[in-house]
Design a protein around this ligand. Structure first.
Ligand code: K7E
Ligand code: CUA
Length: 679
């Protein structure tokens, strides 16, 4: 092993000198070598005018927002296209040391679950809200995989506004996917599990007791407010990915499945036995009808529903106790299985809603199914038996056709809006463009290396904006300066406006990008929130002017109603805090100017810091650990006198009789003490 490593290392050195792309050789151990014709890896594919095409001149803006899942960091990155510049990281399922999300008292409830406080999760899929299957720029949704949840992010504030937990679910991978008019965010469970209220069963009783739950989370048209409308209790298989229909197929949802073998151990082998798994077609309008007819059954389940309010600048977490379920056995004509070779990963619907593309990770072809044929096959009952009571449609009866020899290891497909699909191939490390009607490959281009998801602006919608495709690669190897054992994850931008896809740019991403969507900046930028209006601040501990600043003791709790404005805190001197106290700094940023946050940090805080936006109140909980005078300061360079934005808190021993005094000014505490003495 050592010798091998050394060898690669030597070759890498050579590659720098001699221009041999050696990273590829290393990658070849796990995937095939892209068809690279030499030079520094990929440079030969680089378009001659690439630099010009991605150059966004200083002071000008990108054309698209690229909204990218952070994968195992549980966050979202906002990247500008075509520049590849990272504009923001939005914390969703993980605490953030950048803005205090999940650390401040106001945001901690966002990470509450039925298991308690979960500070870090894994996220895979972005879904942007649509109207008539076209981007409307209102919200982004993303899944929490490990502890199953769906989050809604406002594209006005670029903040997480709501998180709902999904009961009866494990590994929330096939999630979230959005219906045409954002009626629902839909989530299929990756792990089939026994129902939460009857969960203590032997693992070996999988076939009997385990179910694959699909959650339909309704979304309020105006507020975006989420709620679990119902769950479908399907046979115990693994759901991988999904897409809603559009246009003629808008009443339907399509899910890729694997482990239809229903194995509960060594899935690598045991779940790859069958020649075909399934795409599950769900008529969700019919499910709604059954629900209206009273076919639903309430089941006990525990899940958290967390909502953040921009008025009180705080989140609440409510534990819900039941969920409505629909059993397909009592709801005929609602679910159909379409056979799909072999362990399908992506399941994507073209812009017209006519074609459904399955991407079998281990398949040698890309099958494309026809919605019209599916309707005919259902009407004529062209079935190939059933799976656990659900009709299986005949493969040939539903198939539009197969793309032959497309590449190795197809994962995901997006659409360019010109009648073509582009599919990512993990094993052969390439993007392949093919014509949907003719099922012919028309172009292919290597990726560096092992592409997972891909994103065309509007690519999953009825109206692809086209122009670019971004490849999100799983392996970076030699693409960037090395940074120890952990390397940046890599995205690559290609121009798809012409006949040939052309590589324009590599850019590193934060975390591991799985899925991303891209949307024209014009649909979002004009709505961006600049400040929170101080007069609308309804936080119970807000101080909406320096006159309202105060310190209040309630038993051993000390509440500091503090204000921040360039360049001081009020109060900035506090005495009378004692060991054993729990101090809450409720800091209101009085600024009403865009881009003037203040920070707050206090020495020895075991929790965190704060970053407070204009007009907002945020709270840091601090339990003093030492007697003495403790400094506190603003952490965000807010003005020329930012460094002067500081203060002190005096902590005395428990039981001391130092009076509670505070102020900002010449000798604030002395003045306050005189006032106390006069009384
Ligand atoms: Cu990364 Cu969408 Cu979780 Cu495919 S999944 S790559
Ligand atoms: Cu406020 Cu620096």
């Amino acid at each position: 092993m050592m010798a091998k490593n050394k060898n690669i290392f030597n070759m890498n050195l050579k590659s720098i000198i001699g221009g041999v792309a050696v990273g590829i050789i290393a990658v070849a151990q796990i995937s095939c070598k892209p068809n690279n014709k030499g030079g520094v890896s990929g440079s030969s594919e680089l378009a001659g005018d690439a630099a010009q095409k991605v150059y966004v001149a200083p002071g000008t803006h990108d054309e698209f927002y690229n909204i990218v899942s952070g994968g195992f960091n549980g966050q979202i990155s906002i990247i500008g296209l075509p520049s590849g510049r990272t504009l923001r990281v939005i914390p969703v399922f993980s605490q953030s040391p950048e803005n205090g999300y999940g650390f401040s008292e106001e945001t901690k409830p966002m990470l509450n679950t039925s298991h308690g406080f979960v500070p870090w999760d894994d996220s895979h899929h972005i879904a942007l809200s649509t109207t008539n299957s076209i981007h409307d720029g209102r919200w982004a949704f993303i899944n929490g995989n490990n502890t199953p949840r769906i989050a809604r992010i406002s594209l006005k504030t670029f903040r997480t506004e709501e998180i709902i937990e999904l009961p009866n679910s494990g590994g929330n991978h096939s999630s979230p996917f959005i219906t045409a008019n954002t009626e629902y965010a839909v989530a299929g469970t990756r792990f089939s599990v026994p129902p939460d209220d009857k969960a203590d069963v032997p693992i070996s009783s999988f076939k009997k007791n385990f179910k694959g739950y699909i959650s339909f989370v309704s979304i309020d048209k105006n507020t975006g407010r989420m709620g679990i409308k119902f769950q479908l209790k399907t046979p115990g298989v693994s759901f991988d990915l999904a897409r809603a229909g559009k246009g003629k197929s808008a009443d339907w949802f399509f899910f890729s499945t694997y482990n239809t073998e229903q194995a509960n151990s060594l899935l690598e082998v045991n779940a790859s036995q069958k020649d075909k798994d399934f795409i599950l077609a769900v008529n969700w309008k019919k499910a709604e009808q059954y629900l209206a007819q009273g076919k639903g059954k309430k089941e006990a389940a525990k899940y958290a529903h967390n909502v953040y309010s921009d008025k009180v600048h705080s989140a609440t977490s409510t534990i819900m106790t039941e969920v409505m379920t629909l059993d397909p056995k009592e709801c005929p004509d609602m679910l159909y299985f379409i056979p799909c070779p072999k362990s399908p990963h992506g399941c994507d619907v073209d812009p017209t809603g006519q074609y459904i593309v399955g991407s079998g990770k281990l398949a040698a072809v890309i099958p494309v199914f026809s919605f019209d044929k599916m309707q005919k096959a259902i009407a004529a009952k062209t079935f190939d038996g059933n799976f656990d009571g659900i009709p299986v449609l005949k493969y040939d009866a539903v198939l539009h056709g197969e793309v032959q020899k497309p590449g190795l290891g197809p994962l995901h497909t997006e659409f360019d809006g010109k009648g073509n699909a582009i599919t990512s191939f993990f094993v052969s490390s390439e993007l392949v463009r093919w014509n949907i009607e003719k099922l012919e490959v028309i172009d292919r281009v290597p990726t560096y290396y092992s592409v997972g998801h891909l994103s065309i602006p509007g690519g999953p919608t009825a109206k692809p904006w086209g122009k670019y495709v971004v490849a999100y690669n799983k392996i970076t190897k030699d693409r960037y300066l090395p940074t120890g054992p952990e390397l940046a994850q890599s995205a690559q931008l290609y121009d798809i406006s012409g006949d040939k896809m052309k590589l324009l740019l590599d850019f590193p991403t934060t975390g591991e990008p799985h899925y991303a969507e891209s949307i024209p900046a014009s649909l979002i930028e004009k709505n961006s929130t600049k400040i929170f209006k101080i007069e609308e601040n309804a936080h119970p501990y807000a101080a909406k002017g320096e006159k309202e600043a105060k310190v209040v003791r309630k038993g051993n709790e000390v509440h500091v109603y503090m204000t921040a404005i360039r360049s001081h805190f009020t109060p900035d001197n506090i005495e009378g805090v004692k060991m054993g106290d729990v101090v809450y700094f409720h800091v209101t940023n009085l600024e009403q100017d865009w881009d003037v946050p203040h920070g707050f940090a206090i020495r020895g805080a075991l929790n965190a810091e704060l970053l407070i936006m204009p007009g907002e109140t945020q709270t840091l909980k601090w339990i003093p650990t030492k007697v003495g005078v403790t400094p506190m300061y603003c952490t965000d360079f807010c003005s020329a006198l930012h460094q002067e934005m500081q203060g002190y808190v005096r902590v005395s021993p428990a039981g001391s009789n130092v009076p509670l005094t505070w102020g900002t000014g010449k000798n604030p505490v002395a003045e306050a003490e005189q006032k106390v003495a006069k009384k």
